[in-house]
Design a binder for this molecule. Structure first.
Ligand code: PLP
Length: 392
């Protein structure tokens, strides 16, 4: 048998994509599957963004650009971060890449060594651990429950830190939990981090705009400005502007680290797509009304879905702060349906109820499932009915 690099054995393909593939297979067999597994908004990319891209093609913006993004795109990103986050960056502190995912990956490659540990609050976005493993470092998980609304506490952070800890991932609002850290909570985490200057903080702000808390959005730098020099913000147009297919994300952080990330990218994929860069500029600088419209729809569906889920015997779902995910505890449902764990439950829901969800184990939170409400009311209500029918 052909032998592969050892690093391949350390990772697994994205489990969320695996569920989507299984659901697609059933659909191809003619089954009417309700899919709540998607990690992307169900809206079309707004017209003014598409128009900017079409115009870019017509103008011939179809060649290589600077590896880390055009000066114009960097300027748009800097403008966005000043406007929305009250944070100042220079062009050499920004690198744009092919989606938030590539930027996360390159951050790990640029920062981590084999002896390093990376702290990952669980539940986590599925790619963090594997990206750490691909950089030869060790993921260290900090498990949470609904008792803290799936957020780590300062004590827990303190306990997890060792002399080897090199990085901490933060993701607020969180995929999959939907929860966001308040400014006060981030301030408390910052007090711990202040004592450990070797730790770089990676804050994945992908869902910043998809938020409906009374308190406005803060990331860890807003809460603790003194951590600016060792924090990397990761962001993308993917979720905010329903642009997942365009593949455009960025990182903002210390110039030395950002330059290293761009150097890695220069030997890997070079610049992100030139047309997507123009589209991202239009998204960041254009009318933000499209974002408000999408968020209003997500919030409305959230309220309905969370209420409906809580009428299913054995399901306990907390309302969430943002994103388009609900993350209920399904221990009771597992017992009622004779499922050993959330993986088996998800399989039963898919095969017997034709409802596709992602098992919580994929995110480091067994006993839960993730349901995406980036889909129609009909599918959301129908899914709840199908699950109830299974119990009847
Ligand atoms: N970070 C989080 C928390 C995500 O949920 C996702 C997408 O699923 C990404 C990063 C990657 O986003 P992109 O599509 O821009 O690569």
């Amino acid at each position: 048998e052909l032998s592969l690099a050892q690093r391949v054995g350390r990772i697994k393909p994205s489990p969320t994509l695996a569920v989507t593939a299984k659901a697609a297979e059933l659909k191809a067999q003619g089954k009417d599957v309700y899919s709540l597994s998607a990690g992307e908004p169900d809206f079309d990319t707004p017209q003014h963004i598409k128009d900017a891209a079409i115009d870019a093609i017509k103008r011939g913006v179809t060649k290589y650009t600077a590896v880390g993004g055009t000066p114009a795109l960097k300027k748009a990103i800097i403008t966005k971060m000043q406007r929305d986050n009250a944070l100042d960056y220079k062009p050499n502190q920004i690198v744009a890449g092919t989606g938030g995912k590539q930027v996360c990956y390159n951050l790990c490659q640029a920062l981590l060594n084999a002896t390093d540990e990376v702290l990952i609050p669980a539940p986590f976005w599925v790619s963090y651990p594997d990206m750490v493993l691909l950089a030869d470092a060790t993921p260290v998980f900090m498990y949470t429950t609904d008792a803290t609304r799936f957020k780590i506490t300062p004590e827990q952070l303190e306990r997890a830190i060792t002399p080897r800890t090199r990085m901490l991932w933060l993701n607020s609002p969180s995929n999959p939990s939907g929860m966001a850290y308040s400014k006060a909570e981030l301030t408390a985490l910052g007090e711990v981090l202040r004592k450990h200057p070797q730790i770089v903080i990676a804050t994945d702000d992908m869902y910043e705009k998809i938020l409906w808390t009374a308190e406005p959005y803060s990331n860890i730098i807003n809460a603790c400005p003194d951590l600016y020099d060792r924090t990397v913000i990761i962001h993308a147009v993917s979720k905010t502007y329903s642009m997942t297919g365009w593949r455009l994300g960025w990182a903002a952080g210390p110039a030395r680290l950002i330059t290293a990330m761009a150097d890695i990218q220069s030997q890997q994929t070079s610049n992100p797509n030139s047309i997507a860069q123009v589209a991202a500029e239009a998204a960041l600088l254009g009318d933000q009304g499209c974002v408000t419209e999408m968020v209003t729809a997500f919030k409305r569906r959230h309220d309905q879905l969370v209420a409906d889920l809580n009428t299913i015997p054995g399901v306990k779902c907390l309302p969430v702060d943002g994103t388009f995910y609900a993350f209920p505890n399904v221990d009771g449902l597992m017992t009622k349906l004779g499922a050993r764990d959330d993986l088996e439950l998800s399989e039963i829901l898919l095969q017997k109820a034709l409802v596709a969800v992602v098992p919580g184990s994929a995110f480091g939170a067994p006993g839960h499932i993730r349901l995406s409400f980036a889909t129609s009311d009909k599918v959301l209500q129908g899914s709840v009915e199908r699950i109830k029918a299974l119990l009847a």
